[in-house]
Design a protein around this ligand. Sequence first.
Ligand code: 13P
Ligand code: ZN
Length: 270
Amino acid sequence: MKDLLKAPFMVEMIRTVTNMYDHGWDERNGGNVSLMLSEAEVREYLNPDHPVRTIPTGFSAPELDGACFLVTGTGKYFKNVQYAPEINLGIVRLRDQGTQADLLWGFEDGGRFTSEFPAHMMSHVARLKADPENRVVMHCHPANLLAMTYVHSLDEREFTRTLWQMCTECIVVFPDGVNVLPWMLCGTNEIGEATADKMKTARLVVWSQHGIYGAGKDLDETFGLIETAEKAAEIYMKIAHLPRVNTITDEEMHLLEQRFGVRAREGYLS
Ligand code: 13P
Ligand code: ZN
């Protein structure tokens, strides 16, 4: 067996959550990340047929039966992951219609996966239907996106258009826009179902007054997606109280669509 702590997916996960912490997106235990692994990938490092223990998930996700995930633990601080990955991270394999998760490695202090596991798993199901290459769901609390949900309309078209107008490349990075949920109780199956429903049409879902979810094919891409939206929100929060003299026009957005070969969400540009 190879050394799991040297697995590229493990190294990348540790680097990513450390970077998220360094960006100020994950105070205390804020935020959670799940990365889907193939069973073949997992078998290089451990035997998935000998689980350490089994953790009930509290929901059903038959589409994910047999699927393996490297996931952050509930109550764990991203700043600590690099020093004790075997406590702060876990690898699980789902079974019995996704109602049970066999712990294959990690959570060595008796811990369990993030309280947002329903939102993560349900979002994986939704994104895999939209893009079979999706592997990552990432949640964090970036300050400017969060601030924006206090002062900006939560209408998805308006919210998206504002972000697109804040940096030229936003429409290229997230042409499908940003979907928005109103404030909801976190850690529940209900917010999980609502998030997954929003994930059907966009890779970014804002949780008002809480944070954001992003999805993508790898950790780098998903980090970059949230980073871009957060940068746009930062610019919005710098200028929201000032008279707007210039902007990026819809005509210019159409030029970006052509130049970069992307299509903006239907009906979002005039
Ligand atoms: P966990 O510590 O359970 O991952 O929760 C953090 C969080 O951000 C809840 O939304
Ligand atoms: Zn959160």
